[in-house]
Design a protein around this ligand. Structure first.
Ligand code: KIV
Ligand code: ZN
Length: 515
């Protein structure tokens, strides 16, 4: 069976999605999980785009040993040099250079002629190959490019030393038949195409990314690029879990496989959703929470008689197994630490102790601590060191009655270490909290998006709040969890402000939203 390489770009194309901002500790945690999932390549970021991206790519390149780590670069020496600085420590340094090849991009965005684009592409690949043993070259907007021009430029970048050629459908415009035909055409017409890896990269604007990617594989693609949960610009990238499971379940038809450890899919999906704050739609293929739910009586009856009547994928395949017993306030440290290990967390004794204190305080208020609660608790502990608190919530109190104006009183510890309180009203409890916090942080803040969801089931489930806001035109996303959604809301707001004040590598870059 032919092996298809999986190139994960959750930390680069996925992170480009509106409202996502991951700090270095969170990116590292996702990279560690992608390595466990068994992806072939992790695109850890775009080193020249910001110091935060540089730092994250470098840390991931040092840490990850079983997947190749790459970074994105424009076709320019300064980007390639910066990427080399970040990636030279990797086991197998790999660079991903891109340059647009469609008429509209070349003329209106790059303002270059096709000949100039060929020269820039060739020069950049030659330059990169002086440093990197592996260089992937992407023809941005390849699908809307002239196929003959694609053949010409790809011939030349292969001759210049490119080791992988990526053919993206950047704007998600292709149909499966067309995208497959483009791969067939390139396979038949590019000189030396069999000596390089051919890669597909699909966006989901017309909801065809999965079908397009599979069509590319059927027509010669050796590698597929995508993200976990289909995160990405606009409608997102192809969801890698869908590709891997489709190839596995329908291997009778396709005859291809990936090296992914499918049992790690659920956990990877859950981690990415938690850290990005992007909720997975319930009916999402493979990882949605209803993907294995059978509601109608006829279906349930069929399932009881033979699961295969209505189930083509088992939850076990993707690691969505039956929850083990919940822990409670009488559970000891030993059982707690064993559970962390069985859930795949590698926490130091100090972190286990911290998590155990939080667990005990939660168990005083909540009867059963479920697997979902523990997942959130352990994950937060794992990434905590980078979340240096700048503003810290001390207390939030809300007065609400259907006939009264809601008023919030909030106390916080400010970056200078003082405790300070304010009160303000609003048209609802949440707005009253937002107004009070805005006075406390002394800034002009716009709330762009706000969501509250429950972690797990039951009336005493934990609440998670995610807030996307802008401070002086800079967007920031914060999230936090508490048993009360109003407390979670206040903490998520301050988390977003803190992320604005702290650089991605955990250093305090300013102590006030105006400085
Ligand atoms: O969609 C795209 O074209 C990209 C390139 C940078 C590969 O993400
Ligand atoms: Zn893309």
């Amino acid at each position: 069976m032919r092996k298809i390489d999986i190139f994960d770009t959750t930390l680069r194309d996925g992170e480009q999605a509106a409202g996502i901002n991951l700090n270095t500790a969170e990116k590292v945690e996702i990279a560690r999980q992608l390595e466990k999932l068994g992806v072939t390549i992790i695109e850890a970021g775009f080193p020249a785009s910001s110091p935060g991206d540089f730092e994250a790519v470098q840390r991931i390149a040092k840490l990850v040993k079983n997947s190749t780590v790459t970074g994105l670069a424009r076709a320019m020496k300064s980007d390639i040099d910066r990427s080399w600085e970040a990636l030279r420590v990797a086991e197998q340094p790999h660079l991903h250079i891109f340059l647009a090849t469609s008429p509209i991009h070349m003329k209106d965005k790059l303002m270059k002629t096709p000949d100039q684009v060929v020269d820039i592409a060739v020069e950049s690949v030659k330059y990169a190959r002086k440093k990197f043993p592996l260089v992937q070259w992407s023809a941005e907007d390849a699908f809307r490019s002239d196929p003959e021009f694609l053949v010409r430029i790809i011939n030349q970048v292969i001759a210049a030393g490119a080791t992988t050629i990526n053919v993206p459908d950047t704007v998600g415009y292709a149909t499966p038949a067309e995208y497959g035909a483009l791969f067939k055409y390139l396979k038949e017409n590019v000189t030396g195409i069999d000596n390089v890896k051919l890669s597909a990269h699909c966006h989901d604007d017309l909801g065809m990314a999965t079908a397009n990617t599979i069509a590319a594989i059927e027509n010669g693609a050796d590698q597929v690029e995508g993200t976990i949960n289909g995160l990405g610009e606009r409608a997102g990238n192809v969801a890698l879990e869908e590709i891997a499971v489709a190839l596995h379940i329908r291997k009778d038809v396709y005859g291809f496989e990936t090296a992914l450890n499918l049992h790690e899919i659920k956990r990877t999906s859950q981690l990415v959703s938690q850290l990005t704050g992007v909720v997975i739609q319930p009916n999402k293929a493979v990882v949605g929470k209803n993907a294995f739910a059978h509601e109608s009586g006829i279906h349930q009856d069929g399932m009881l008689k033979n699961r295969e009547t209505y189930e083509i994928i088992t939850p076990e395949l993707i690691g969505a197994t039956v929850e083990p017993l919940a822990l409670g306030k009488h559970s000891g440290r030993h059982a707690f630490s064993d559970r962390a290990i069985s859930m795949g967390f590698e926490l130091s004794d100090e972190k286990i102790n911290e998590a155990f204190i939080e667990f005990k305080s939660l168990a005083d208020r909540k009867k059963e601590i479920t697997e979902n609660d523990l997942f959130v608790l352990f994950t937060d502990q794992q990434i905590q060191s980078a979340d240096t608190p700048v503003y810290e919530l001390k207390n939030v109190q809300v007065q609400y009655g259907t006939d009264n104006v809601p008023t919030a009183t909030v106390s916080v510890i400010t970056p200078s270490g003082e405790e300070t309180s304010r009160a303000a009203s609003g048209s609802g409890s949440v707005e009253a909290i937002f107004n009070t916090l805005e006075e406390l942080v002394e800034g002009k803040i716009h709330i762009l998006d706000y969501r509250v969801t429950s972690i797990g089931k039951g009336r005493d489930a934990l609440g998670e709040a995610v807030i996307n806001l802008s401070v002086n035109d800079e967007e920031s996303t914060g999230r936090d969890i508490a048993q009360d959604v109003l407390e979670a809301t206040a903490k998520a707001y301050l988390n977003a402000i803190n992320r604005h004040l702290i650089s991605e590598d955990g250093q305090v870059k300013k102590t006030s939203v105006f400085s």
